[in-house]
Ligand binder design. Structure first.
Ligand SMILES: *[C@@H]1O[C@H](CO)[C@@H](O)[C@H](O)[C@H]1NC(C)=O
Ligand SMILES: *[C@@H]1O[C@H](CO)[C@@H](O)[C@H](O)[C@H]1NC(C)=O
Ligand SMILES: *[C@@H]1O[C@H](CO)[C@@H](O)[C@H](O)[C@H]1NC(C)=O
Ligand SMILES: *[C@@H]1O[C@H](CO)[C@@H](O)[C@H](O)[C@H]1NC(C)=O
Length: 489
């Protein structure tokens, strides 16, 4: 389920140096936009999406098998491969993870839809993808799943249980992972007239449990981390008001030192790091990756650019609506997938084919500044075109190149509203420049893929490996005495 988007009128975000008060007032502004009382359109949006979900669930034969997250880790860590240290994985009370999965039919705010049961199947990858024959190479089809964009909590847990730098020894761990599915836990309570208490319940159970662990007491949680599967804004409720959006998890006092990974980070939170949204491709081996890279490199593309999305009619001046009209009018060079007509939910072959046939893809803001669609687009070798700086600035710092212009195009949304012609901007890139940007994407592609947990990628690191390196490196830095740090900087 999507959450209601920020207003499309351009709100002004404070700069990093600004004070907490300013930050809070901005959040209040954002939160007030979410207020259920004030926003009848949210209900309309939800009902529309609901109909799509119902239709999909009726129409599909998705298996509802439960994921087999099993702790069968045996091998001791290879010390020499773990240059940044090792991770200890807590065995939490099942109500915080296992039972959420077992009772997946209750995760959904709409009990007659079983979407989440398929979404959390296959270790968080979701149901096997169908309808891809003739779109992706035949032998790669089994590596594709209709993965839900908010499934990362389950995926990270699954991966970390067999992670090569996992330790069973509390005393030697560099990092402590809290496998709490907070996004899944709160998902059901985000809408309707649930209370702030409902939205915080699981978070409080977790913090009450973890604060009594000896390993927590040693550091007050400063070597602990957690994965947040939804956008960070869902965990930043400021007041104990039942009409305010989200849980206050991140602002709970015990969370003060805990590092969090999320699919979209707040640029003002130094303990938060963004990691790629999961896409549909989960390679089983290094050769799966290489074959895919060659496939998209060799692809002949028939459209200059494409746009996949739905308009939000309830917004005045909706930028997506503007892009959609523009794309329709430029049908010689733009391919459009209108998600209010096509069912785009979590994966549709027509979307994949559209990216595969385009050089560029338009990526306006989604529910937040970032979109899963950007990763889908790059996965197919298309070059993202951003319209907000927040879509790439200070995001995915461990996973994507700092120089965004090496793999993407930025056209300010105000410029577009003012008459900047998107097609003319994109046509200015020569064939060589386009190929070079695509090569950059192909090159870093493994860094935004989530391989299957038993995959042997050789020396290649995927999104999960990079994230773990980032966390461990950060905790090692933190542990080193100050004098040591100065020498090295
Ligand atoms: C709102 O709360 C009331 C009282 O608890 C309940 O009867 C009603 O079904 C709730 N409405 C929705 C839409 O959940
Ligand atoms: C942890 O927090 C408690 C309470 O604030 C404090 O008394 C204690 O010194 C802290 N311990 C460490 C290791 O920082
Ligand atoms: C549609 O495209 C034509 C030709 O490129 C252009 O002259 C016209 O202004 C466009 N109309 C809109 C509404 O963008
Ligand atoms: C839009 O156009 C107006 C008038 O030409 C100009 O003053 C303004 O700076 C432009 N805004 C942007 C964001 O380009």
């Amino acid at each position: 389920m999507m959450l209601p988007s920020f207003s499309n009128s351009d709100h002004h975000l404070p700069k990093k140096s600004n004070t907490l008060e300013l930050r809070n007032s901005t959040f209040s502004l954002i939160k007030s936009l979410f207020s259920l009382k004030n926003c009848a359109w949210i209900v309309l949006t939800i009902l529309t999406q609901l109909l799509i979900v119902v239709f999909l669930n009726r129409a599909s034969l998705w298996p509802s098998t439960l994921p087999a997250i099993q702790d069968n880790f045996q091998a001791p860590p290879h010390e020499k491969d773990c240059e940044f240290g090792t991770v200890y994985v807590y065995d939490l009370p099942p109500v915080l993870n296992k039972e959420l999965i077992e009772n997946c039919q209750d995760l959904d705010p709409w009990p007659w839809s079983s979407k989440y049961c398929s979404a959390v199947s296959n270790g968080g990858f979701g149901p096997s993808a169908t309808g891809l024959d003739g779109i992706v190479p035949e032998n790669l089809v089994p590596a594709w799943y209709w993965t839900e964009m908010y499934a990362a909590e389950v995926i990270y847990h699954e991966r970390i249980l067999s992670y090569k730098c996992r330790t069973r020894n509390l005393d030697e761990a560099t990092a402590f992972y809290i496998p709490f599915y907070v996004g899944l836990a709160v998902g059901k309570y985000l809408w309707f007239n649930h209370t702030a208490k409902d939205r915080d319940r699981h978070s409080l159970i977790m913090l009450n449990w973890v604060k009594d662990q000896p390993s927590w007491k040693r550091t007050n949680g400063s070597d602990h981390f957690i994965m947040l599967g939804r956008l960070t804004w869902d965990f930043r409720r400021l007041h104990d008001s039942d009409t305010e959006w989200g849980t206050s998890f991140i602002y709970m006092p015990l969370m003060k030192n805990v590092l969090h990974l999320t699919v979209e980070r707040s640029q003002w939170d130094e303990l938060e790091f963004s990691v790629p949204y999961p896409t549909a491709f989960h390679p089983r081996s290094q050769s799966d990756i290489q074959q895919w890279q060659s496939f998209i490199r060799a692809r002949k593309r028939s459209s200059l650019f494409c746009f996949v999305g739905a308009t939000r009619k309830s917004f005045k001046n909706d930028f997506r609506g503007l892009l959609m009209n523009y794309c329709k009018n430029e049908s010689d060079s733009c391919r459009l997938v209108d998600c209010s007509v096509t069912h785009c939910y979590d994966g549709a072959p027509v979307i994949l084919k559209t990216f595969l046939d385009s050089d560029f893809c338009l990526q306006p803001k989604g529910d937040g500044f970032t979109r899963r669609s950007t990763f889908d687009c790059m996965l197919f070798g298309a070059i993202p075109v951003y319209f907000w700086e927040g879509s790439f600035k200070d995001q995915y710092q461990w996973h994507l190149p700092g120089a965004a212009e090496a793999y993407s195009v930025f056209i300010d949304n105000n410029g577009v509203r003012n008459g900047t012609d998107i097609r003319s901007v994109l046509e200015r890139y020569s064939r060589e420049e386009v190929n070079k940007m695509r090569e950059t994407i192909i090159d870093f592609m493994p860094k935004f893929l989530y391989s299957s947990s038993n995959a042997d990628l050789g020396s290649v690191k995927d999104a999960f490996d990079i994230a773990m390196d980032g966390v461990l490196r950060r905790f090692m830095e933190q542990k080193r005495p100050a004098s040591d740090k100065e020498v090295n900087t």
